[in-house]
Design a protein around this ligand. Structure first.
Ligand code: URA
Length: 190
């Protein structure tokens, strides 16, 4: 077992017994995150939905299917990347996470990123964007390459719309597809 894998498993254990906010009460499984513990690319979503809560895995429902297609389009597989969410337990009825829940859960993502030390972080949707850039609006900055100093390292962050927005709205789907193509070029994948 790689050291990073062991560290991520330790964090997953902390997450599974977390009671820092009430979300654990209604959740079936925690969803700490999944993928390559040594990934160059980490994708960060918002919070688990119904299927993620059932399986304990991120992005396994309809949004996940679209995410897999977008990754395929730039020759990235789910095995190469690590996928996580800001919130680790499902909010009831898929409501938006509350500021207090984000505050409670944020240290887990920070710790995961400190272990993985990815070169690139793709944020999915506004909550993930605002985790790193609280004042930015997703409609204005999606597809831009942004640099930030955090967790003691320089991170390159590319915000894109949340896949669920792409499922609801054709123009957002086009923007997502184009932004992923730009990411593929940045990564030298296409
Ligand atoms: N939406 C998210 O933000 N995360 C998931 O894991 C699934 C859907």
């Amino acid at each position: 077992m790689s050291t990073n894998q062991a560290k991520l498993q330790y964090l997953a254990g902390l997450i599974s017994s977390c009671q820092k906010c009430p979300l654990f009460k209604a959740a079936t499984h925690p969803v700490p995150g999944h993928g390559n513990p040594n990934a160059d690319v980490v994708l960060v979503g918002e919070a688990p939905g119904y299927f993620e809560d059932q399986q304990g895995l991120p992005f396994v429902g309809n949004s996940g299917k679209l995410l897999n297609k977008l990754l395929d389009s730039i020759r990235l597989s789910r095995d190469e990347v690590f996928v996580a969410n800001i919130i680790k337990h499902r909010p009831p009825n898929n409501r938006s996470p509350l500021p207090s829940e984000i505050l409670s859960c944020a240290p887990y993502l920070k710790a995961q990123l400190s272990v993985i030390k990815p070169k690139y972080i793709i944020t999915l949707g506004r909550f993930a964007l605002n985790y790193f850039f609280p004042a930015d609006s997703i409609s204005r900055v999606h597809g831009q390459v942004k640099n930030i100093d955090q967790i003691g390292q320089k991170l390159t962050i590319i915000p894109v719309y949340h896949p669920s927005a792409g499922l609801r709205n054709g123009s957002m789907l086009k923007a997502l597809q184009q932004d992923f193509l730009s990411i593929g070029k940045l990564l030298g994948k296409i």
